[in-house]
Design a protein around this ligand. Structure first.
Ligand code: 5GP
Ligand code: ZN
Length: 137
């Protein structure tokens, strides 16, 4: 993708505060961190979102997130870590090159919204689960 800023950052054409790099990924400090140390992991090949991400890259992504999370915890002494990945504007995605956020959290920081706790009517969850399951066959 010629015009994708995260392609350019991931491949080193634009400098970044890199915390980790391997053949497939570059992990960098987010320019507008929720907390200092907030890291985003960028695949080196372009995929706009999770739906476009090849399975082999997807399979390597969580181990990298784990590695980054462990390093952040050790360096920052944070109390928790969120791993977040937004797909689509409705979900808060603003840069359309897939990336995974690794966000250090501190007790009581309240920096991320907590979603509402909804509920299902009797039998509704089972019926919906079956419909979703059918889409994966
Ligand atoms: P999204 O909302 O798409 O999940 O997250 C995009 C993230 O990328 C935001 O947290 C934003 O601060 C970060 N970001 C956007 N442009 C740049 C950039 O040029 N450099 C870095 N390091 N982070 C960026
Ligand atoms: Zn890209």
């Amino acid at each position: 993708m010629d015009n994708c800023i995260f392609c350019k950052i991931a491949n080193g054409e634009i400098p970044s505060a890199t915390v980790y790099e391997d053949d497939d990924f570059r992990a960098i400090l987010d320019i507008a961190p929720a907390h200092k140390g907030h890291t985003i992991i960028l695949p080196k090949t372009h995929a706009a979102n999770l739906f476009e991400l090849p399975d082999d890259i997807a399979g390597k992504l969580l181990p990298v997130a784990k590695k980054v999370a462990a390093a952040l915890k050790e360096e920052l002494g944070c109390d928790g870590i969120n791993i977040l990945q937004n797909n689509g504007t409705a979900a808060g995605q603003t840069v359309f090159h897939l990336h995974v956020h690794v966000v250090p959290r501190f007790d009581g920081d309240g920096i991320l919204p907590v979603w509402p706790q909804g509920s299902y009517a009797e039998g509704e969850a089972a019926a919906l689960a079956q419909k979703i399951q059918a889409k994966m066959k």
